[in-house]
Write a protein that binds this ligand. Sequence first.
Ligand SMILES: Cc1cc2nc3c(=O)[nH]c(=O)nc-3n(C[C@H](O)[C@H](O)[C@H](O)COP(=O)(O)OP(=O)(O)OC[C@H]3O[C@@H](n4cnc5c(N)ncnc54)[C@H](O)[C@@H]3O)c2cc1C
Length: 286
Amino acid sequence: MKPAKFEYVLPSTVGAAVAALVASKGEGKVLAGGQSLLPLLNFRMARPAVLVDLNAISGLSYIEERSDRIAIGALTRHRELEQSPLIAAKLPVMAAAMRHVAHLAIRNRGTIGGSLSHADPAAELPMLSVFYDATISVQGPDGRRTIAAEEFFVDALTNCLEPEEIVVEIEFPILQHDGWAFEEVARRFGDFALASIAVSVRPGPAGLKEARVALMGVADTPLRLREAEQELIAMELDNRTPQRFSEIVVSKVSPNDDLHASGEYRKHLLAQLSKRALQTALAAKG
Ligand SMILES: Cc1cc2nc3c(=O)[nH]c(=O)nc-3n(C[C@H](O)[C@H](O)[C@H](O)COP(=O)(O)OP(=O)(O)OC[C@H]3O[C@@H](n4cnc5c(N)ncnc54)[C@H](O)[C@@H]3O)c2cc1C
């Protein structure tokens, strides 16, 4: 199919893009990499009157270290994140996850701002933003505001942006964690995840003093398991810990059945992935 008719706008500044969205009176849509939006237009599941293409705006594509954070411009492509030495050194969980994002052609065009805004519950970057406690900067008619990643995703394919707001930057804190792991199962490599977990740990004098756990593919939004993190920190570490952790993780989710997998199967996958991820993270912590 072909998209329904729309007006095409190619602004050169974020301000002009926001103005175009305001002028569209709620009928506009932003175009970034087009990897999710164009199929929706072709199937006429989205019928915006105005398409506001961000690709002529300079200065929206960068990866920068800013003291204890990595700042990423919204138009930065998945492939740049996958290949960046800075991401590999400072955000290793992201580096490990990026090669699971779709296929090379899609990673060459897809952007981090587009992935977060599309808010697919089985997509890697939304989950990573929750895992790292990222801060999402958005610009609208009243200027800029920042949103914590956990508040950004409100439902499957639904974010908390106002219709005239544009994601401009995402800041990821650099974690001081010694051991980490990213595990994912998809039907084929590069497909959306059926279940996935990211774990990181920081050892203390006895046991762990910090832990992070985030999931995707098992709920309508990516999940940060803060309770499970505390339960993990409270555990004595021995050879039964990965199994106990896996049971805790699975007890926190109730995935629905859908076209791709039953909820029970997703839980089964998550149990295996959780055990493996914690084993890897603990083995790496030294
Ligand atoms: C076959 C296939 C397999 C895929 N597999 C995966 C996968 O395994 N994992 C994964 O994570 N993704 C996957 N994707 C999605 C891919 O990562 C997309 O690139 C991404 O979801 C959207 O990014 P985009 O830049 O292409 O956004 P677009 O398609 O241009 O836009 C997507 C949505 O976000 C909005 N938007 C875009 N940029 C902004 C912005 N800066 N501010 C506000 N709103 C904005 C648009 O208006 C639109 O609603 C897959 C896609 C395809 C086609």
